[in-house]
Design a protein around this ligand. Structure first.
Ligand code: 13P
Ligand code: SF4
Length: 308
């Protein structure tokens, strides 16, 4: 830690106290940002925190759709997003107009939308899901309903496979997870004999099929904590190695592919957090009509019991 970083951390702590603010950080954020966050978690956990927290100000360290979800769930709070450039490319792979078109093609279908989507797309949806609860969400939908899954084809295909549901898949994907191949993972398995393979369901199904478990980022943390194994191959964004190593001293975590990096998740800095808190920079605004419509599918998701 440099002296400048120490000073910034002290300044952020003072600003947080003065403003009754909390910092929410995603598991892929740079290590130093995770270390100063009040809560670190996956999309589902952070959404819940945003809804439940009694802070006046939420500084959201992640990507745009996550901060937008926090603003939708906590309209009475000020949500600050330190670097506006931090967007999720997958979330841009579906527009509200395209989703309306698909619904018109399949009248009566249920639109399940991954939270990695814009507020406008959520507003067109029946229910949202995250990687932690996609399977439970699909199971909560009556058997006779056709499901359209937006925008991640891999998560949709995985959840369809587990539930046996027939799902119309959108053609979106995460550029980081989409390019991982079974060959890369198998090479890492040869290098780390006995290691367990934990894979994020944004990866292609042929990668999930050779894994020991498909898990959200927080699911990986629970799994690694509870497992007796010492070595794990982690098939998700490389930032995940930070919380895994921090919470599991003595266990070893390996990333199998150089492509597993989300550059936008790395844009948050201590300076941008300080400036956001100091000058109300990066206020997240979702127009109230869209927010009202987008809130319903998110709340439906939050009400789905885990194992339904
Ligand atoms: P999690 O909800 O598992 O944290 O995933 C979010 C995400 O963007 C993965 O790429
Ligand atoms: Fe989006 Fe992929 Fe980055 Fe997650 S890792 S925020 S899905 S681009």
């Amino acid at each position: 830690m440099t002296r400048k970083q120490d000073r910034l951390i002290d300044e952020i702590a003072a600003l947080k106290r003065a403003r009754n603010a909390i910092i929410l950080g995603h598991n892929y954020q740079p290590g130093i940002i995770q270390d100063i966050s009040d809560v670190v978690g996956d999309s589902l956990g952070l959404s819940r925190q945003a809804a439940e927290s009694d802070a006046d100000v939420i500084v959201f360290c992640g990507v745009d759709f996550m901060a937008e979800t926090a603003a939708i769930l906590a309209p009475e709070k000020l949500v600050l997003f330190p670097d506006r450039r931090a967007s999720c490319p997958m979330a841009k792979m579906a527009t509200a107009e395209e989703v309306r078109g698909k619904k018109a093609e399949f009248p009566g279908s249920v639109v399940v939308t991954y939270v990695n989507s814009s507020a406008a797309v959520k507003a067109e949806s029946d229910i949202c899901c995250t990687s932690a609860n996609a399977v439970s969400v699909l199971r909560s939908i009556p058997e006779d309903k056709q499901i359209i899954f937006v925008p991640d084809m891999h998560l949709g295909e995985y959840a369809a496979r587990i539930t046996g549901r027939d799902v119309i898949l959108w053609e979106g994907y995460c550029p980081a997870h989409h390019h991982v191949t079974p060959l890369e993972v198998e090479r890492e398995m040869l290098r780390r004999p006995g290691a367990l393979v934990l894979t994020h369901p944004e990866c292609p199904l042929d990668v999930i099929e050779i894994s020991d478990a498909a898990l959200s980022t927080s699911g990986m943390l629970d799994y690694a904590r509870e497992s007796d194994a010492l070595d794990f191959i982690i098939v998700t964004e490389v930032g995940m190695l930070h919380p895994l190593s921090k919470q599991n001293p003595g266990k070893r975590f390996y990333c199998p592919s150089a492509s597993l990096i989300c550059p936008n998740m790395k844009l948050t800095t201590l300076s941008s957090i300080k400036h956001a808190l100091e000058g109300n920079l990066g206020v997240v605004k979702v127009d109230s009509k869209t927010a009202q419509r987008a809130r319903l599918p998110i709340e439906r998701m939050l009400a789905v019991p885990r194992d339904s």
